[in-house]
Design a protein around this ligand. Structure first.
Ligand code: PHE
Length: 346
């Protein structure tokens, strides 16, 4: 064993480390777990007790010699050298991995830019609201089912039995922003309010506890239902194409009178009937109506002098129709394979 140690010591001393490859070869040969020195330590276990002391010392010195030699040149080959040896610097660079916009953001921007063309400005209100702005001032009856704990997320509720205008909750629709804007601005008011809303729903392909709406409000003297219809027709044609037909069906909301729901002709089957439109040829896209006089009065707007219209639409739903997405949950899962399909300049 002594001869091996002497021979290896000479070998280590003579080893010429020139570059990163020979440096690594040196490490593998002498210092790695399966290297020569480690091997000698294994053999050392079998030497006779009277030789152990002397050989142990020599073996340790050998290891030290190799380690010091390795460490002394370890940093000689810097990363710069590494790059210049391994990489071709004239090669074109890597592509920048650009992100894409979320489909909800794309449709939101699209809705905003359409209404901006006809003079609507953009406003926002808080997601955490009080009952007064979400329900009471919007003419909801005290026992209206929307005020139920089953439908609404309450943060603070004075009494479990009855609702109270001071209760704190997550807004269930962006109509609350109508109230905020009417309280702080004088007519004429012409604005849209995009935002997130929350409802106490079990999550499925068709329902989610969080979604997005865009609300619209126009208050002025002599605003009529014809103005509402014309504005919405303009919107539908900008959004879904020039020849898009719309229809208004009578409906009910506490804060509008009369109220309607608007359908657009199904783009997928062109009105012939298909799975998407449930064979009706029409797709519902929003709720709307003339602002109820009680709502105007609750915000100190003279309902004899002013009238107005309001509408509200779900962004997820519009995006579903536009991109033919059939499961709401996809919007919230952040699966990159889903998200990277959407590209937009908006
Ligand atoms: N807030 C209603 C909803 O969430 C939509 C709506 C807005 C209806 C404005 C009429 C007027 O369903």
């Amino acid at each position: 064993m002594r001869e091996s140690i002497i021979r290896i010591r000479e070998e280590i001393k003579a080893y010429n480390i020139l570059d990163i490859e020979s440096q690594e070869a040196f490490r593998l040969k002498f210092l790695s777990k399966k290297g020569i020195i480690s091997n000698l330590f294994d053999q050392f276990k079998t030497v006779s007790p009277d030789e152990k002391r002397e050989l142990g010392r020599e073996l340790n010195q050998l290891k030290l010699l190799a380690t010091e030699k390795y460490n002394s040149i370890k940093d000689n080959f810097s990363s710069f050298d590494k790059t210049s040896k391994q990489d071709d610097l004239t090669r074109p660079g890597y592509d920048l991995n650009l992100g894409s916009r979320h489909p909800i953001s794309i449709i939101r921007s699209e809705i905003i830019s359409i209404f901006e063309k006809i003079g609507f400005s953009v406003a926002e209100g808080p997601e955490i609201e009080d009952d007064d702005h979400v329900f009471t001032k919007l003419n909801f009856a005290p026992e209206h089912p929307a005020r139920d704990m089953q439908d609404t997320f309450y943060i603070f509720r004075q009494s479990v039995e009855d609702s109270n205008p001071n209760d704190i909750l997550l807004r269930t629709h962006t109509s609350s922003v109508q109230i905020r804007v009417m309280q702080s601005q004088k007519p004429p008011i012409r604005a849209i309010f995009p935002g997130r809303v929350f409802r106490n729903e079990a999550i499925s392909a068709r329902a989610h506890c969080i979604f997005h709406q865009v609300e619209g409000l126009y208050i002025n003297e002599k605003v009529s239902f014809a103005d509402l219809k014309q504005s919405l027709l303009f919107f539908a044609r900008e959004m879904f194409g020039k020849n898009t037909d719309i229809r208004l069906r009578p409906s009910y909301f506490p804060f509008t009178e009369p109220s309607a729901e608007m359908d657009v002709r199904c783009r997928i089957c062109e009105g012939k009937g298909c799975n998407i439109c449930k064979h009706t040829g029409w797709l519902e896209i929003l709720g709307c109506g003339m602002v109820h006089p009680n709502v105007l009065e609750s915000c100190d707007i003279d309902s004899k002098k002013y009238t107005g219209f309001a509408f509200g639409m779900g962004i997820e739903r519009l995006a579903m129709l536009k991109y033919q997405i059939n499961d709401l949950r996809l919007y919230f899962e952040n699966d990159i394979r889903f998200l990277k399909q959407f590209r937009s300049v908006l």
